[in-house]
Every structure is written in structure tokens, then in C-alpha cells.
Ligand binder design. Structure first.
Ligand code: FMN
Length: 356
């Protein structure tokens, strides 16, 4: 890998990324009014674009008013007011030379039912996470097993939210299929014990994700990007490997690669960790199963690690370093010694303290 790879351009379909470094999606829980983030939270994204990030992901945008919201203060992209609030932000990110992508999600069983207007919790199967909700200190609610009506309804939420992103001018849309949330929980047998067409074999478990992708693709114009984020871990029951083997993961990546998506974003807890009992990391294992552009994330905090992470991926995303160090891209460029931030350091993301 040549030394300049990190700062060389990269094409995803018709979009040119000016370098290989991006802002990972980060929920900030600041949307107190009308599901619109606080102004300083929006401006933070523009600043990261200004300071050199090539691609900027939004926080996970909630796809409906029924059961999708998993954290207080999450944003939506379903009303004209919400769209209008994002329009100037998207334009400013683009004016700074970065690509803006809206991530969207449904929380599934990692839910907080009281904050959803319809007070409902749904998942592929009625199984609650083993861990308590860290924010409430209480067990997660027992989800309703999704009916086919629920499945259609949730897909409509993804479609409407994607339309909102298109109207707001985003370069692309990401479907959040990682971290144990709804789509991820269909993919993994850990939380999907359905006996219908959405459970059992890997093809069946993939069906819901496929239907979401297909429906969203239908409303995303050809000149915009569609990316999919996936992980082998969840934010609850974190120690569990959600997929059984390298072979199962690669089969899933191959199914995903046949869909009309433009990139796969793999989220890891630590990009260097060997996966599935092999001597390979997640990027290597994924790369061997797909030709799509590949993004990798997880404890990539300085130049050495960023370059190393690009061995088997095309783009590195950072959450905590982008959050806490406004000059991260330039500091990486200069090869400065940089800290590995801890999870607790990121708690500032959820305060009302504006970040530099
Ligand atoms: C404050 C915060 C909020 C996050 N919110 C999201 C999110 O909305 N969607 C998502 O896919 N990942 C989310 N993540 C996970 C990050 O995108 C990333 O995968 C993870 O933090 C590991 O990257 P890092 O080691 O560079 O921090 C969040 C992480 C942090 C620190």
C-alpha cells in the first residue's frame, strides 16, 4: 500500500471522494423539537467536511413515528420542516467538497417504547436482549413478532425517509443493517427465530434486508448512492458473534453484493481483531466476498492504523476521533501521535455542549 493512498481520491459510482477518510454515523440525541437536530449538531457535520473529511454520514435517522425510535431525541426526515432543516447543511457539506450521506434505521428490539408516539416494540421474534438498557437501567421490552403488515409498514418508513433524503439533496442514503437493530436482527439467527419466509436459512433471513434495499432503490435516483452498513456485533449482548462462521458472513456479503447498492460499510469493534476464529480481520474476510467499495470502521485513530486498515478496504470511517478532534484529518496527514479515545470520552456527544 503506497503511503499516499489515504489521501488519494476514490470513486464510488459517480461521486469522487477527495481522500479515504470519513465521518462515521453518530447519533447525538439532540432532536428535541420536531425531530430536528440542534443547530450546533448540524454545524458540527459541516465543520468536519470543512476540515477535510471526504464523506460525512449523518446520525441514524429514524424511519417512522410508530416503533423505529430507540433513543431519545433522534431525528426524522419525514416532514417538509425536517427536510428544510437539513437542506442548507447538506449543501454546506457539499460546498466544502465532501459527500453527504443520510443513514436511516429502525431500532427493532433495542427499543425504548415510551419515546415512540405509538408506544410499540417490534422485532423478527419476541426475544428481548439479555442485557438491560444502559440508559434506563431496565430490561428491554418484549417485542411483538412482526406481522407481514408490520414488515410492509416498516419498509414504507424506510422508503419515505429515503425520499426525504433525496429531497434534502443528500448524495446518498445508507441503510443501517448493523449493531443488532431491526435489519441486523433479521439477518442473524441470534434474534431471528421465525419459521416463515423471513427466518431459517440465510436467504430467508436476508429477505427483509433485500426487500428494504429494493424498495428504497426504487425511489433513489440513479445519480445518488445507496450504501449498506453491517456488523457481526450488536450494541447489546455485545460479546455475541451474530454470525456463526466466516462462511456464513461471506454468504451474506455475496447476497448483499447482488443488490443495487454502491458500497458496503463494515462496522467492527476493532478493525484489527481476527474474526470467526480465523487469522483474518473483518475487512479481509469481507473483501474476499465482494468487489463493491468497502468501508471499514473501529478504533482507527492515527495514520499508521488508517493506512493499515486500507490494506483490505477502500475507505476508513472514524466516529470517536472525528467527534473529539476537529483537526483529525490534518493530524492524521501529518502523522501526529494521536490518542485512542474510549467509549466514555464520547459521552460528550449526548450533552448540549457544542463541539468544536
Ligand atoms: C456518539 C456515537 C454515536 C454513534 N451512533 C451511531 C449511529 O447512529 N449509527 C451507526 O451506524 N453507528 C453509530 N455509532 C458507531 C460508530 O459509527 C462506530 O462504528 C464506532 O464508534 C466505532 O468507531 P470508532 O472506534 O472510530 O469510534 C456511534 C458511535 C458513537 C461514539
Amino acid at each position: 500500500m503506497s503511503k499516499d493512498n489515504l489521501f488519494s481520491p476514490f470513486n464510488i459510482k459517480n461521486r469522487v471522494l477527495k481522500n479515504r477518510m470519513g465521518v462515521a454515523p453518530m447519533t447525538r440525541m439532540s432532536s428535541i423539537n420536531d425531530s430536528i437536530p440542534r443547530q450546533d449538531v448540524l454545524e458540527f457535520l459541516v465543520r468536519r467536511a470543512e476540515n477535510g473529511a471526504a464523506i460525512v454520514y449523518t446520525e441514524a435517522i429514524v424511519t417512522d413515528y410508530e416503533s423505529a425510535q430507540g433513543y431519545p431525541g433522534q431525528a426524522r426526515m419525514l416532514t417538509q420542516r425536517q427536510i428544510d432543516a437539513w437542506k442548507p447543511v447538506v449543501k454546506a457539506i457539499q460546498d466544502k467538497g465532501a459527500v453527504a450521506i443520510m443513514q436511516m434505521f429502525h431500532c427493532g428490539r433495542i427499543a425504548w417504547q415510551e419515546i415512540n408516539p405509538a408506544n410499540r416494540v417490534i422485532a423478527p421474534s419476541p426475544i428481548r436482549p439479555k442485557q438491560n438498557n444502559r440508559l434506563t437501567g431496565k430490561p428491554y421490552p418484549l417485542p411483538d413478532e412482526m406481522t407481514t403488515f408490520d414488515i410492509d409498514h416498516v419498509i414504507t418508513g424506510f422508503v419515505e425517509t429515503a425520499k426525504g433524503a433525496v429531497a434534502a439533496g443528500f448524495d446518498g442514503i445508507e441503510i443501517h443493517g448493523a449493531h443488532g437493530y431491526l435489519i441486523n436482527s433479521f439477518l442473524s439467527a441470534y434474534a431471528n427465530q421465525r419459521t416463515d419466509a423471513y427466518g431459517g436459512t440465510i436467504e430467508n433471513r436476508f429477505r427483509f434486508a433485500k426487500e428494504v434495499i429494493q424498495a428504497v432503490h426504487h425511489v433513489v435516483p440513479e445519480d445518488r448512492l445507496l450504501t449498506f452498513r453491517i456488523s457481526n456485533w450488536g450494541v447489546v449482548d455485545m460479546e455475541v458473534s451474530l454470525f456463526d462462521s466466516k462462511e456464513e458472513w461471506q454468504e451474506l456479503i455475496k447476497l448483499l453484493s447482488k443488490q443495487p447498492i454502491d458500497a458496503i460499510s463494515v462496522s467492527t469493534y476493532r478493525y484489527k481483531d481476527k474474526a470467526f476464529g480465523t487469522d483474518q480481520d473483518m475487512a479481509r474476510i469481507t473483501r474476499d466476498a465482494t468487489d463493491l467499495p468497502l468501508m471499514i470502521c473501529g478504533q482507527i485513530f492515527d495514520r499508521t492504523h488508517a493506512e493499515d486498515a486500507l490494506t483490505n478496504a477502500d475507505i476508513v470511517l472514524s466516529a470517536k476521533s472525528m467527534l473529539l478532534n476537529p483537526n483529525w484529518v490534518e493530524d492524521v496527514r501529518s502523522g501526529k501521535e494521536l490518542p485512542l479515545y474510549r467509549r466514555e470520552d464520547a459521552n460528550v456527544a449526548y450533552t448540549d455542549q457544542p463541539l468544536p
